[in-house]
Design a protein around this ligand. Sequence first.
Ligand code: TEU
Ligand code: CA
Length: 562
Amino acid sequence: MRNDWYKDRVFYQIWPRSFMDGNGDGIGDLYGVYDRLDYLKSLGIGGIWFSPLYPSPNADFGYDISDYCAIHPDYGDLDIFKKVVARAHELDIKIVMDLVINHTSDEHEWFVKSRDKSSPYRDYYFWKKGKKPGKAPNNWDSFFENEAWSYDLESGEYYLHLFSRKQVDLNMDNPAVREEVKKILRFWLEMGVDGFREDVITFISKPEGLPDDRFGVGVRGMRLFESGPHIHEYLQEFRTDVLDHYDCFVLGEAPMMTPKKARPYLAGSHPDLDLMFNFQHMEADCLFTEYIPLPFSLPKLRRAFDRWQKDVPWTALYLENHDHPRIISRYGSEKYRVESGKMLAVSYLLQKGTPFVYQGQEIGMTNIALPSIDDYVDCMALKHYYNDVKKKPAEKVLPKIQKATRDNARTPVQWSADKNAGFSTADPWFPVNPNYREVNAASQENDPDSLLNFYRALIAFRSRSELVRFGDYEDLAPAHPHLYVYKRSCKGENLLVLCSFTEKPCHFRLPEDLSAKIADASLGGATGGMVPEIIFNNYPCDIAEKEFTTRPYETRVYRWNA
Ligand code: TEU
Ligand code: CA
């Protein structure tokens, strides 16, 4: 039994290690989550996506799983997990687990056993001989290391890992592996979870024979395993055999996805996936693709937004997660932190789709700059650093890492101005951003103009509004270099959303139909329908202005009836 409740909710992502420490050891955990459920409810969210909570050696902080059916002792145990689920459900908050099945940890017992060539687990992974001694079986690159293959002394063969050598790719062509996946899905569904966010799910089907990538640009191999030969078949199998029997949804993380490629995953009455996380709108400063922050480009961002609004029936909306630096520091401005934070919230939360808010985004947390590479723990950042220092002086490399590293999103959540930002009574496992005295949830709680309360109002509006959830989307300024302006409309009700992505002044003139309505209303002429109003803004403003000059990162949302 399935339904569409995931379309009506705003989700919140928890990266457990840094959310809230409940037992005073400096590491976030489920006890801390339990304590903060009322806070999440007050934000108006209707679901939580947990980044991995499973036992893991933490080579990639939970994305290297060593046991799929347990909770990492740092985060608690199954008892506290069940309590969190039960309390969340009482609050009408759904629970989404992260499902990481492209790879397991090298410490997972399947992999440990697979080192033995005669073990039934051997075929759970891709073990292969080198092309010749000392040469990997193919030329694929790894996202987190230089080569996608590591040689195992004990086995005398290589194993495939698209990510770090401690994240070993599973062989999904082996039916036994797919049965294991189904067992994992059932285990958590029986525990009461409501959905899965499936990590790099579009990479799970590898091309037969694992050939060399002959054209490789960027990450070699990716063109061959992205949406590989059996991907739809395997996703359908998981759906038919397990997911269809529960009231749940699946959201696939899909790097390199385009709307055109996404359609086969999302279309029809029995789609492979309900939703997708695409990355195109996260490339507007090239940071993700090139690992070199370039100036932000609104045209790039808008192109991605427009396409995903128009070309797929439904999508997942987000601006932050645990893999991206903080959005204010990227697409907004730390100087105009609150203003740009509000503008960014409006820019995506009023689009069509299912929105996600990442922990700390709602209070305007920003990037951190640590003094030495030794302070960082993100394996991807470390790979780039150590490759780059071979070619450039370290003082040139560190600033780039500071901007681009995923650690920016992984500093402890700033709950208050107290010691350790109220995150923990002990020294936190990772440094707190020194701006916590100014930027924290407690100081924003009762301030009507705070970013936190702005998020609350936007989420509440969105949850009540059929227009926001289902209305049409139209880009009203497709060529403007700095202003992103879109219109939503449904059954005679309209929203105009104006977002300035610059601190520079820009001239803006309201569209004629809206101006005319405003003029009518000011003459007392609006009969029946509502008087046009500005429902969200980040500077004082006047509905009577037909044209005006925007202030830094200004946003306004107009609402009127046709
Ligand atoms: O991320 C997939 C992904 O595309 C990353 O490899 C991306 O290149 C990197 O995070 C930079 O943004 C997922 C998870 O979200 C990420 O945390 C994991 O590290 C990765 O898969 C491997 O499991
Ligand atoms: Ca703890």
